[in-house]
Write a new protein. Sequence first.
Length: 761
Amino acid sequence: MKTTPQAADTAVGIELQVGGMTCASCVARVEKALLKVPGVSAASVNLATERATVDATPSIQKAAMTAALLAAVEKAGYTATAVTTATPGTESPPPPWWPVALSAAFTLPLVAPMLLAGLGIAWMPGGWVQLALAAPVQFGLGWRFYREGWKAVRAGTGNMDLLVALGTSAAFGLSVYLLLRHADHGMPHLYFEASAAVITLVLLGKWLEGRAKRQTTDAIRALNALRPATARVLRSEAGVDTEVEVPVGQVRVGDRVVVRPGERIAVDGQILDGRSHVDESLITGESMPVAKAVGDRVTGGAINAEGLLTLKTVAIGAETTLARIIRMVESAQAAKAPIQRIVDRVSAVFVPVVLGVALITLVGWVLATGHWEQAVINAVSVLVIACPCALGLATPTAIMVGTGVAARQGILIKDAQALEVAHAVTTVAFDKTGTLTEGRPSLVAIHPAPGQTRDDVLRLAAALQQTSDHPLAHAVLDQARANGLAVPEARDASALPGRGLEATVAGQVLALGSSRLLHELGVDAGALAIEADRLQTQGRTVSWLIRKTSTDSGHADLLGLLAFGDAVKPSARAAVARLHELGVKTVMLTGDNRGSAEAVARELGMQDFRAEVLPADKAAVVQALRASGEVVAMIGDGINDAPALAAADVGIAMSTGTDVAMETAGITLMRGDPRLVADAIDVSRRTYATIQRGLFWAFAYNVVGIPLAAFGLLNPVIAGGAMALSSVSVVGNALLLRRWRASAERQAASAIAESPPTAAA
């Protein structure tokens, strides 16, 4: 991203749709124009999406700033419109084919003699006929090159259109001169076929490029197609519920929405009545329908299978999960990767350098041979073979396809920088609970201290946990309800970060927490120490219930211990093994005791783990790993993981966790499958390799092609075809990424392929 020295910490983001850009030089020109607007702190323009993203100081009214930006773009010679959240996913129509067909119809008779000569047929249309055929192509169908090239000249810069206009005009003008000069002395060798063929080939290349670029936005179109237009809302009239079909934009939070079997769910909601299976494959990448019942959340855009559902609307419009996914994918596709900075620097001087090489070629051939006709043709070849388009398209098209295909597999990449950095990850740090484990622990053991009963310990622990939303709290409360215990009220509850919590229950100050809390309070575990060691060796998480008899440390009584078990996710071991196959090291960070952490690490095949780690210490561990030279990705799902996610080179959040974690992370996994971590790294590596491959060919093409043209080794027609092909090949290279599949999907496809066919009924 181009930036000015101004700070953009509190900048207002403005997006523009820019029309008329044809190459990387255009991108540089638009960015330069935007950065000149007072109050702009940063500007980034994407050639593939034709979007400009601008950061402006909040002191200027957004409407006034938008107007100034639009004026700046138009002054630079382009068109622009403001992009609003009311028009998400706006896409350009497919490019028209008729200009290419018409241009080809005029050009074919001009190039036919070259084709027929190979068959031994000598035929050539007359000079005036060639002029009549070439002129409509040059000044009619090719007028766009003059128009856009003139805009570039007025702005004091150059672009691909200027190169094409100059090159074809030189060939056309030379042909007209020769035709007039030798009108009475037979027909000279003319170059009308070169000017017409170059324009036709460039138009064909731009048409193919436009079609290919549309394919890079397939993910956005597929996500937009999930938006239902209407919803069935229950309205109460005289105490009777009536279904009313209304536009989805009229649905409000709290409305009851009915979804029939086979229909697409219109809103994010919570099931009030009914049960069914829901296909969320295009949202989460989960290939199998997911069972849903009363109390479960469902996502707008998913397909209801067999059951009739009544939902309570919990999110609408821009706040729905689908809308947020679309915004995130669009943002990633519109952003620039850091590697693009190299291209920006080259593009800024590309066209002036090419014009200089063409001039040197012209003068050099005239001085060396005295044959100015050949000098002009060689200079034309230099102009038409140079292609700044390929340079400008290599990075954004690969990012668009990579982020799009990842989104369809349930991997949301927030920005291009996360995508680029993820390819270099050497160490993945996992949070344990909810990431490697199910995150739904159950209470598996209660051991009271002497003088206490199991029910006493459970009742008091449940009273404390009423104030918490931690998974362990749910396990305690569920068990208390199952036992039919009356849970007393807790007052003055406060969290003890990384240790537990405390509150006043029935006049007693109670605390429930980890072994760290037990040691800090100086409480002797007594006979329960042996039981605690046994449980921790089995991988259980142990919490201690303590009664504080004084505010001073060391004045507390032990009431009992509670042990929790949290099942490891079935896919977790495969996820760790896949990362090791990719050459990535793994480490587990958890606030649990060492015994529990060691048991999980052993089960998953992880060599490195850190137990009893406080939330703040997770970030410190990540920073220490980075300081040792590792490129670290942190995987978490909770609020307490946010600092570590921010501290990592790449933060990866599970969408099954909290919004805070997802906002902090650069990558979000739309389902709680840890195998997606390896897939995120894999798709990043493949995308980065595609970018490098595209840039290599774009640079190599120009580095090799321009000297060949300058030395007279390329015919202008061949040069024009090669130029048109270069952009198409770069976009085609990016489209190869569409074949990428997540490992879970590949395994499922392999299992289906290997399963024996069932007998016909």
